[in-house]
Design a protein around this ligand. Structure first.
Ligand code: ACO
Length: 322
């Protein structure tokens, strides 16, 4: 039996920090409201000329360095993003060239905030099927580019960043299971209503922003993530107490706390970066993971549960023996 093992992680956040106090200056909000309702204190924002691929490159280089892998070792690149540099080529192909990797398959995955879990599942399945041996999996976003900075219901929530992992084929577990779901009937609760095929152009720019019915999304996220936690444990024949670490999507501290309670996990066993990063969409899970690996909290042999929920709706989880 072949598994994929995570052998290196990396993360990157742009230099510029936007605090809640900064937001108070140009949008009708308050630090108190944002912290109480979301747990967010600040977020990082990409520089004017900094793109998703720029962030992805830094995170990928760090993950490859941690994995002690060079360009020639990588035989698959899967990159999750909602905010690609260009319509095409894919950001994965742009990243491939930056890293001087040639010839292997490279493609983007689009599942908004669940993007990294989707990308991880795709790469894991490639490795399990024997179609790849060493995969670079990235979640990278410049979500600030699709925010309406006049809409206090959305602009205070998101930030930019990138996270990456390197997966390698191994006889030892490994990613134990991944679980992916979607239901397009809920598209309009959380979406950017504009798009290429609808005649996206500069005149329409005003529409190319995130729109969200936050309260309805919140309720769906809590219920759906609760269900996927049960599904993941049942599939693996594990109990809640078998999970050492929860690495959740970082959308809202209240959602994270709800899932931790459901798992009966103390908050010390939950990786929480939402206060400093905000919601970085596809980058949030790998950024949180990288932070906890690098500061020594997560150790080899521990059992990790990743989960995410996002636009689509999409949702997913991964259970990992690290
Ligand atoms: N500052 C001050 N007041 C605000 C702000 C703000 N930034 N935003 C909204 N409000 C006001 C509203 O106008 C409303 O006022 P009213 O009662 O006078 O009408 C009040 O606060 C309550 O608004 P709600 O939307 O009901 O607030 P809620 O407690 O639900 O929090 C939030 C909003 C934070 C967006 C929450 O609903 C949430 O986290 N939703 C889920 C987000 C999520 O998980 N998304 C999925 C991933 S994202 C992706 O895939 C792209």
């Amino acid at each position: 039996m072949i598994y994929s093992r995570i052998i290196g992680t990396g993360g990157y956040l742009p230099e510029k920090v936007l605090t809640n106090q900064d937001l108070e200056k140009f949008v009708d909000t308050s630090d108190q409201w944002i912290q109480e309702r979301t747990g967010i204190k600040q977020r990082h924002i990409a520089g004017e000329n900094e793109t998703t691929c720029d962030l992805a490159e830094q995170a990928a280089r760090r993950a490859m360095e941690a994995a002690e892998k060079g360009a020639r070792d990588i035989d698959l690149i899967v990159l999750a993003t909602t905010t690609p540099d260009q319509i095409f080529p894919s950001t994965a192909c742009l990243l491939q060239s930056r890293l001087d990797i040639h010839g292997c398959a490279a493609f983007d995955v689009q599942a908004v905030c669940t993007g990294f879990v989707y990308a991880l599942a795709v790469a894991d399945n490639f490795i399990r099927a024997g179609s790849a041996t060493c995969a670079l999996v990235v979640g990278a976003e410049t979500f600030s580019r699709i925010l309406n900075w006049k809409d206090r219901g959305t602009c205070v929530l998101f930030g930019d960043g990138a996270g990456a992992v390197v997966l390698e084929a191994s006889r030892e577990p490994g990613i134990l299971s991944t679980h992916l779901h979607a239901d397009g009937d809920y598209a309009k609760l959380l979406h950017v209503p504009d798009g290429v095929s609808q005649g996206y152009d500069q005149v329409q720019r005003e529409r190319a922003f995130v729109e969200m019915r936050g309260n309805e999304v919140f309720k769906m996220a809590v219920n759906t993530l609760g269900r996927i936690v049960d599904e993941t444990l049942l599939h693996n024949g594990l109990e809640k107490s078998d999970v050492d670490w929860l690495i959740p999507h970082q959308a809202n501290f209240r959602i994270i706390r709800g899932i931790a309670r459901k798992l009966q996990l103390p908050l010390e066993r939950v990786v929480v970066t939402v206060a400093e990063h905000g919601n970085t969409s596809a980058a949030s899970v790998p950024l949180a993971f990288d932070a906890a690996v690098r500061d020594g909290r997560i150790k080899r042999g521990e059992t990790l549960l990743m989960e995410a929920f996002g636009g689509g709706f999409t949702w997913g989880s991964a259970l990992i023996k690290y």
